[in-house]
Design a protein. Structure first.
Length: 204
């Protein structure tokens, strides 16, 4: 069982998934808050039924799955609706995240969450790592990846910690601005060696 947990975070479009995949290549288990959130709102799940009852069938696509873009537009236009959704999903996500971390068999485990600090998940981990890029890079990457408007991406960013505060609150930082994959892989490898040493000192 992995008791030593690294919290991996970063703003939207910072490259968290790429970094997590590089750690996974070193045989580290990654527990992804966004992936768990998607599981919890899959067709047939109670949370999706509650969301549909609250927001109406307009948040579903033609195949009955959650239309995440439509839901995002609704909640970022209305703070109360956002709060309702957070109160429904965050306790479920947290419980599932921590259960998966307990079940992990790697030397340490990564809990990847964009809202690590905002949701208090940093209190459940031993160390935190922030993936950091400039805000202009976040906007450009996210618009290209998701087809979102710059305005929506900026609204999402405004709902997260500022870049400066996220970096300041993190124990470690990877500057992911303008570097190639080999350089990023080497930075991950060096941190992996550090985390292996720290996890070995942690009482099981």
């Amino acid at each position: 069982m992995s008791n030593w947990i690294l919290g991996l975070t970063g703003g939207i479009g910072s490259g968290k998934t790429t970094v997590a995949n590089l750690f996974a290549a070193e045989d580290v288990t990654v527990v992804d808050a966004d992936a768990i959130a998607r599981e919890l709102v899959a067709p047939g799940q109670p949370a999706l039924q509650q969301i549909t009852a609250h927001f109406g069938p307009g948040v579903l696509n033609a195949t009955g799955e959650l239309d995440r873009a439509a839901l995002r537009r609704l909640i970022f236009a209305d703070e109360q609706q956002k709060q309702w959704l957070n109160q429904l999903l965050h306790p479920l996500i947290r419980e599932t995240l921590l259960q998966r971390c307990r079940e992990a068999s790697s030397a340490y485990v990564i809990l990847m969450a964009p809202l690590l600090f905002e949701n208090g998940l940093d209190r459940t981990v031993q160390r935190t790592l922030c993936i950091d890029v400039r805000e202009q890079t976040q906007i450009a990457r996210t618009c290209q990846r998701d087809g979102n408007s710059p305005e929506l991406v900026q609204a999402i960013m405004a709902s997260q910690l500022s870049r400066a505060e996220r970096v300041q609150r993190s124990d470690d930082r990877i500057d992911n601005e303008g570097i190639d994959l080999d350089t990023l892989r080497e930075r991950v490898r060096q941190l992996h060696i550090t985390y292996l040493a720290l996890s070995a000192q942690h009482p099981q």
